[in-house]
Design a protein around this ligand. Structure first.
Ligand SMILES: [Ca+2]
Ligand SMILES: [Ca+2]
Ligand SMILES: [Ca+2]
Length: 192
């Protein structure tokens, strides 16, 4: 009878290792130590998943200088490390070219830090929001993927002076000048 066993998870490419250890009776007075190691190999049967609302909204002031970073959501994957998320791609649905870059850093605990980096100066008066798509790919062949929408809202700062707008000269003004000219003519006639 095998009554003692141990389990190990995520041993490199193996999802589960089960080790059975026990003594089995061979003859009436003879026992033999038996160890059975079962390994269950992983396959890429899970998609990456983003556990956040879509769109994921990021507010960025138009005054931030290039280089400033903002945290983006990371995807999780139920498979072993061999088939987990390995890369991210940032796409843009905004007609204007995206002023953002994507940076991915592996942390000591093997989790990933995904960051949106401001690559060029922003101007709210030119573009006040950006619609981006963050896609996570795992290491399978072919890779499985998941996407989340990222909405960047550019916040206003007081970076514009007040300016005067001069009215265009249209028909109304032509009429006014005409009336003034007529009045001045009359005045000149009546003046001795
Ligand atoms: Ca996977
Ligand atoms: Ca501006
Ligand atoms: Ca502004």
């Amino acid at each position: 009878m095998l009554s003692h066993y141990q389990t190990y998870s995520h041993c490199q490419h193996v999802m589960w290792c089960l080790s059975y250890n026990d003594y089995v009776r061979v003859t009436k007075n003879k026992y033999k130590y038996l160890q059975i190691l079962l390994t269950i190999h992983d396959i890429n049967d899970h998609d990456p998943v983003f556990h956040c609302k879509s769109p994921f909204v990021v507010h960025i002031s138009e005054s931030v200088p290039p280089g400033v970073e903002y945290a983006l959501p990371a995807a999780v994957d139920g498979d072993s490390r061999h088939f987990a998320v390995s890369r991210y791609v940032l796409g843009s649905k905004t007609p204007q070219s995206s002023p953002f870059q994507l940076v991915m850093r592996r942390k000591p605990d093997r989790s990933v830090d995904v960051r949106l980096v401001v690559d060029r100066p922003l101007d709210r008066e030119t573009t006040s929001n950006y619609r981006l798509t963050l896609t996570a790919f795992d290491s399978g062949s072919p890779p499985r993927s998941a996407s989340v929408q990222v909405a960047v809202v550019v916040l206003d700062v007081n970076d514009n002076r007040p300016t005067f707008e001069f009215p265009k000269i249209g028909n109304d003004h032509v009429v006014s000048f005409t009336v003034i000219n007529q009045l001045m003519s009359l005045f000149q006639v009546k003046t001795p």
